[in-house]
Every structure is written in structure tokens, then in C-alpha cells.
Ligand binder design. Structure first.
Ligand code: PEP
Length: 251
């Protein structure tokens, strides 16, 4: 049985002071639910402050980073290493978000390296895949997304697959207000699960949590979560509004 998993990607929003206010408000609305896993992914600058409050208030909310480098240290000005993220006590890390792929030229090969180093440091990756509108309209969305899954998981040890989350996020649905229909989203999530069964085995595929992301809101979460292969959501815009994020968690 897969426990539903809702994660919030704050992107480049909220200063650490705003983040402190947010987690206090969220903590007030949401305490110790155990039938769902909830994670928030603030910007690097707010990770420490938010984590301190989660720990002090014993909130059953996980926390993750939005990205990290694939090397542990070195001359990479402005980058953050997996060692640094792990030392902060982070649970998760988002890897290969489409905005990283589009604006910072992250390839499947880079995503593969980052996912591997995340596991090395006991960080659970939320690995993002998804097609552009042009690819969807060309009828090649499945081929493209399953190709991403295969390349991003290249040479990955099966023991790691149990701690992996895959987020299927069609790029045309991110931040646009247009979400994929729940049956289209489920269809892709089901194809991803079958691909993981081919690459590993059925029990790994059955345990794998697959999130849908792309304009998830309080008004569409219930329908999405009713789908058999959608185990949760990666939420962008609606995750920085306490009221909306709480409504999504309580779908
Ligand atoms: C995201 O950032 O991963 C995302 C899905 O954004 P939004 O919910 O705003 O579409």
C-alpha cells in the first residue's frame, strides 16, 4: 500500500522570514496526520529556519531542497552540495525539475548523477519528468517521458528505487493554470510504473510513489488522487498559500 505523498515546491519564493511565518501558520493548520506524507521544499536560504521550527514544534512535515549539485565539494561557485543538504537534516531533494532542465540546461545524464548522489547521502529524490506541449502534440509524449525515466535511472541500484519518488509534470501544465485531465495524468503515471517494472521488477514498481504536478489546486486534487496510479502531487504555486496547501493536503 502506497502512502499518499504531497510535496510543495516553493520555487524562488519567500524570504527566510516569510518562510518562518508560513511554517508556523501551516503547523497551526496541520498537525501530526499519519495517513499522508507531506513535504515542503523552500529555497536554500530558508531550509535551516524552517527545519528548526518543524523540529521544535514536532510537526509531521518533511522538508526538502529544490536542487543540489552532483559533486560533494569543489570549485562550483554558487552551487550547493549534497553534503550540505544532508547536514541540514533534509529528508528530500527535488531533482530535474523542468525549470532546471529548461533554464539551467540539466540533462538526463545530470539528473542521473544527482539522483545517485542523493541516495549516497540518504536524501530521497523527487525525480521530475515531463513533456513539452510540442512533444505532447506530436503524439510522442509517452516515448519521451519513458525515455527520460530510463536515462535518469541508468545504472541505479534497485535498493534505491524504494526511496524514489517520480513526479510526472507535463511542462505545459506547470504554472499555466491548465492541468492534465486526471485520466491523462493517470495514463502517463501508469506507463511510468510499467517502465519501472521492466527496468527493475513488479514489487519495485508497485511500491514506487508517482506524483502528478502541474497546476494542482484545491479544486482538482480530489479527482487526481482518486486515480489508481497517482500517489500524490508536486505542487508549485498553490504550495505557498497556507490555505490552499492545507486544503490540498486535506483533499
Ligand atoms: C511545480 O513547480 O512543480 C509545479 C507543478 O508548479 P504549479 O503547481 O504552479 O503548476
Amino acid at each position: 500500500m502506497r502512502i499518499p505523498f504531497i510535496a510543495g515546491n516553493w520555487k524562488m519564493n519567500l524570504t527566510h522570514l516569510e518562510a518562518i511565518q508560513f511554517i508556523q501558520d501551516l503547523g497551526y493548520e496541520f498537525k501530526n496526520k499519519n495517513n499522508i506524507d507531506v513535504c515542503i521544499c523552500p529555497p536554500f536560504t530558508a531550509l535551516r529556519s524552517v527545519k528548526n521550527i518543524i523540529d521544535a514544534d514536532k510537526l509531521s512535515i518533511k522538508i526538502g531542497a529544490q536542487n543540489m549539485h552532483w559533486e560533494e565539494s569543489g570549485a562550483f561557485t554558487g552551487e550547493i552540495s549534497p553534503l550540505m543538504i544532508a547536514a541540514l537534516g533534509m529528508d528530500y531533494v527535488i531533482i530535474g525539475h523542468s525549470e532546471r532542465r529548461e533554464y539551467f540546461f540539466e540533462t538526463n545524464d545530470i539528473v542521473n548523477k544527482k539522483v545517485k548522489i542523493a541516495f549516497k547521502h540518504s536524501l530521497k529524490p523527487i525525480m521530475c519528468v515531463g513533456e513539452s506541449l510540442a512533444i505532447r502534440e506530436s503524439g510522442k509524449a509517452k516515448e519521451f517521458v519513458l525515455g527520460q525515466v530510463t536515462e535518469c535511472l541508468k545504472d541505479m541500484d534497485i535498493k534505491n528505487i524504494f526511496d524514489l519518488t517520480i513526479a510526472y509534470e507535463p511542462i505545459w501544465a506547470i504554472g499555466t493554470g491548465k492541468n492534465a485531465t486526471s485520466s491523462d495524468a493517470n495514463d502517463m503515471c501508469s506507463a511510468i510504473r510499467n517502465k519501472v517494472a521492466d527496468l527493475y521488477n513488479n514489487s519495485a514498481a508497485e511500491l514506487l510513489r508517482i506524483q502528478y504536478g502541474g497546476s494542482v489546486k484545491p479544486s482538482n486534487i480530489t479527482e487526481l488522487m482518486a486515480m489508481p496510479d497517482i500517489d500524490g502531487a508536486l505542487v508549485g504555486g498553490a504550495s505557498i498559500k497556507v490555505e490552499d496547501f492545507t486544503a490540498i493536503i486535506n483533499y
